[in-house]
Design a protein around this ligand. Structure first.
Ligand SMILES: Cc1cc2nc3c(=O)[nH]c(=O)nc-3n(C[C@H](O)[C@H](O)[C@H](O)COP(=O)(O)OP(=O)(O)OC[C@H]3O[C@@H](n4cnc5c(N)ncnc54)[C@H](O)[C@@H]3O)c2cc1C
Length: 314
């Protein structure tokens, strides 16, 4: 069976859920080989658990902070060594840039933002603000595919996890820009918006009071999102904005509260698997899109819903 390279998404060696999703998808295509670029011991056990047959460990001591160019070189050299049948990369801004650079280096086709990859290598993407669903396939070289978070449910399957150190040669050209300082954003205790399985959002209809939205989000272990109207009003920072000029999310469940459903908001959430809306106007366009809709005041509906959820959990 052919190797499928999976670039590991991790924070200080802690493997993120997106990696488990990619390993799950990789198993449809061949034998997953995880590529860990980082310091210290590679998280072999965590990667084995989701089916990694091999783990290539690349020490990043020399390239740490040098943005994406060295990572593209590492993957290009690994691709030359093992001739993989495909390379899967998380669809973050960084991942997409690595994919683009890698595609040039190994003269291969690249597909970004896939929401599914079939065992034939055919990908599914949602394009033009979600108005079209497209199937595509790389026709030249080694398919390089960036996959969006939540595109597969991670499946635990034991892999061999054979560890191999890989020493890449990084060119001076890949080290021309370096991060000199970085501070992590203050943790909210909630999941990352683009990776969360459930997103609860609030719009202008909250009137600026997100208490009920946040309480519902916490009862569901969800991330909090916001419409642009809420962000422009200064109720939430831009990092919370869902939509065309904000973040694009594709969770299992999206709950829109006091959001009218403008096309630019839909562009960021309409590929969500199940959509629920609470809006006091039964004519609100968001109701054209929903699986479940509640016509009512969010300040009444959400506390009742949160209470019911907490009771069931208890
Ligand atoms: C170039 C461009 C890019 C844009 N990008 C984005 C983007 O990325 N994301 C985005 O969201 N928008 C974006 N917009 C803005 C978009 O067009 C809408 O203006 C915006 O989404 C409206 O936000 P909203 O639904 O919160 O507010 P509104 O449209 O004002 O809707 C508020 C809704 O709340 C309901 N409501 C009021 N009170 C209650 C209550 N107590 N309980 C329940 N329901 C209540 C109302 O019935 C109404 O439907 C963009 C616009 C442009 C032109």
């Amino acid at each position: 069976m052919s190797e499928i390279l999976v670039l590991v998404d991790h924070v200080d060696g802690n493997v993120r859920k997106t990696t488990n999703e990619l390993l799950t998808i990789a198993r449809r295509l061949g034998e997953p080989s995880a590529v860990f670029i980082g310091s210290g011991e590679a998280p072999v056990e965590a990667l084995k658990k989701f089916g990694a047959e091999k783990v290539y460990a690349v020490d990043d001591a020399e390239i740490k902070g040098y943005l994406v160019a060295p990572k593209a070189e590492v993957l290009a050299q690994l691709a030359e060594k093992c001739s993989p049948a495909a390379i899967l990369i998380p669809s973050s801004a960084e991942g997409k840039e690595i994919a683009g650079r890698l595609a040039i280096k190994i003269e291969s086709g690249v597909i970004t933002d896939a929401v599914d990859v079939a065992d034939s290598g055919v990908t599914t993407q949602s394009v033009f603000a979600g108005s079209f669903t497209v199937q595509a396939k790389v026709t030249k070289g080694t398919p390089i595919i960036t996959v969006k978070p939540n595109s597969a449910a991670p499946e635990e399957v034991a892999g061999a996890g054979a560890l191999e150190q890989f020493a890449a040669t990084i060119s001076d050209g890949a080290k021309t820009a370096q991060i000199v300082a970085s501070q992590p954003r203050q943790a909210t205790g909630r999941p990352e918006l683009t990776e969360a399985a459930i997103v609860v959002s609030g719009g202008r209809g909250t009137g600026g009071d997100f208490t009920a939205v946040e309480a519902l989000a916490d009862s569901l272990g969800a991330a909090v999102g916001a419409s642009r109207a809420a962000v422009d009003s200064g109720w939430k920072p831009h990092a919370f904005q869902v939509g065309q000029t904000g973040k694009v999310v594709s969770p299992q469940l999206y709950v829109a509260n006091g959001i009218s459903g403008a096309i630019q908001h839909r562009a960021g959430m309409q590929t969500s698997k199940t959509i629920v809306a609470v809006n006091k106007d039964e004519e609100a366009p968001i109701f054209e899109l929903v699986d479940f809709g509640v016509v009512g005041d969010l300040h009444t509906v959400l506390p009742a819903l949160t209470e019911a959820i907490n009771e069931r959990k208890g």
